[in-house]
Design a protein around this ligand. Structure first.
Ligand code: NAD
Ligand code: ZN
Length: 346
C-alpha cells in the first residue's frame, strides 16, 4: 500500500501536523480522488485552533482535516456506475444516510444522521481522499479546475441568496468573509439592485467592493443604520443575508430590514444570543430563516450554471494560493482576516 501525506489533527490541542499514512482504498460505493486542490474554511481554523466548539464536536483523533475538494478520480468502487477514472470532482461534504425522514422528503442536507468530511470522518487535506460516490460532483469542463474546491462554500452562498426573492431587491450582506463575498457576487448577477456590505476588516471591505457591493461600511468606524436607511429612502433593505455570526451585526441588521423583509441567516454565533423577537420579527412581519449547507443537489446545479456560464467571477475572492505543506501560513492568514479564500495544493 503506497503511503501518502496528510494534514491531521493528532492531539486535543492547538495546531496540526503532517503525517504519513497508507493511501485509503475506496469501498464498493466510494471513489478514490487524487487531491488537486483544497481550500481552508472557518471550520478548519476552529479545528486547527481547537476552540470550544471543536473540543465538544470532534469525537475521534487522529483526524485528517479539510473538506473543500478539487480531486481527480483515480479508483472507483465496484458498485459505482456513474463516475470514472479521470473525472474531476468537487464534493458535497454533508454525507446523508439516505433513509431517514429528511432524506426521504427532499432535505438530505439536514439528514438526522448526517456526517461531515474533516469533522466526523477523515477529510481532504491529503494527497488522496475517499469520497462516497453519492457525494461526488463532476465538474463541468467549462469551469476552471481549482474552482471545484470552492464550490462547496459557494453553494452556501447560492443557497442563501436564492432562498427568497433577490431580483430588484436591495440587499444587505453582513460579514464579508469568503461566503459573504460570494453572496455579494451571486446577488449581483441575480439582479439585486443596491448591495450594502458590512465588515470590520478593511481588507475584506475592499474585496467586497471588487465582488460587486455598491456601498461598503465598517461598523467600527461609522454608524451603519442611518447610512443604510438614508440610502433606501428610510425604508430599509428588502433582504438581509447574514454571513458574520456576530451578535451586534445580527441585531443591527434587524434595524435596517424593511417591514415584511426577508432575513436569511447562514452565520453561526459562538453562543446563544438575545434578539427583540416582538419588534424585530413579529411586528416587523419579517421572514427569518436559517440556512444550512446546500440543497442536494439543486444548489449544485445552479452553482455549476453560474460558473460555467462565465457570469460569476471568483478571482477577486480567491486571494491566496499556497502549497498544502504551507497550511500553517494559511491558518495564520485566515486568523488575521486579511484574505479572501485560500487555496492549498498538495
Ligand atoms: P468568516 O469568519 O471568514 O467571515 C465572517 C466575517 O464577519 C469576518 O470577515 C468578520 O470580520 C466579519 N464580522 C465580524 N464582526 C462583524 C460585524 N460586527 N459586522 C460585520 N462583519 C463582521 O466566515 P465564512 O467562512 O465567510 O462563513 C460565514 C459565516 O457562515 C460564519 O459564521 C460561518 O461559521 C458560517 N457558516 C455556516 C454554514 C452553514 O451551513 N450554516 C456553512 C459554512 C459557514
Ligand atoms: Zn438521512
Amino acid at each position: 500500500m503506497p503511503k501518502m501525506k496528510a494534514v491531521a489533527k493528532t492531539k486535543p490541542a492547538s495546531g496540526a501536523e503532517i503525517i504519513e499514512i497508507n493511501t485509503p482504498t475506496p469501498g464498493p460505493d466510494e471513489v478514490l480522488a487524487k487531491v488537486l486542490a483544497t481550500s481552508i474554511c472557518g471550520t478548519d481554523l476552529h479545528i486547527f485552533e481547537w476552540n470550544e466548539w471543536a473540543q465538544s464536536r470532534i469525537k475521534q483523533l487522529p483526524l485528517i482535516m479539510g473538506h473543500e475538494l478539487c480531486g481527480e478520480i483515480v479508483d472507483v468502487g465496484k458498485n459505482v456506475k456513474n463516475l470514472k477514472k479521470g473525472d474531476i470532482i468537487s464534493a458535497e461534504t454533508h454525507i446523508a444516510c439516505g433513509h431517514c425522514y429528511l432524506c426521504h422528503t427532499g432535505s438530505a442536507h439536514i439528514c438526522i444522521h448526517g456526517r461531515i468530511f474533516g469533522v466526523d470522518i477523515n477529510g481532504v487535506f491529503a494527497d488522496y481522499a475517499v469520497v462516497p460516490a453519492n457525494n461526488a460532483w463532476v465538474l463541468d469542463k467549462k469551469i476552471p479546475k481549482d474552482y471545484a474546491s470552492v464550490m462547496e462554500p459557494l453553494g452556501n452562498a447560492v443557497h442563501t441568496v436564492l432562498a427568497g426573492e433577490i431580483t430588484g431587491n436591495n440587499v444587505l450582506v453582513t460579514g464579508c468573509g469568503p461566503i459573504g463575498l460570494m453572496s455579494i457576487a451571486v446577488s449581483r448577477i441575480c439582479g439585486a439592485t443596491q448591495i450594502f456590505a458590512t465588515e470590520v476588516n478593511d481588507f475584506r471591505l475592499q474585496l467586497a467592493k471588487k465582488a460587486g457591493a455598491d456601498l461598503v461600511l465598517n461598523p467600527k468606524k461609522e454608524k451603519i443604520v442611518p447610512r443604510i436607511l438614508d440610502n433606501t429612502d428610510g425604508l430599509g433593505v428588502d433582504v438581509v443575508l447574514e454571513m458574520s455570526g456576530n451578535p451586534t451585526a445580527i441585531r443591527e441588521a434587524f434595524q435596517v430590514l424593511r417591514p415584511g423583509g426577508r432575513y436569511s441567516i447562514l452565520g453561526i454565533p459562538d453562543k446563544p444570543m438575545e434578539i427583540d423577537l416582538g419588534n424585530d420579527i413579529v411586528f416587523k412581519y419579517a421572514t427569518v430563516q436559517g440556512i444550512n449547507g446546500r440543497l442536494m443537489f439543486s444548489t449544485w446545479h445552479k452553482t455549476t450554471r453560474f460558473l460555467s456560464s462565465g457570469r460569476l467571477n471568483l478571482e477577486p475572492i480567491i486571494t491566496h494560493r499556497f502549497s498544502l505543506d504551507e497550511y500553517e501560513k494559511g491558518m495564520e492568514l485566515m486568523k488575521s482576516g486579511d484574505c479572501g479564500k485560500i487555496l492549498l495544493y498538495p
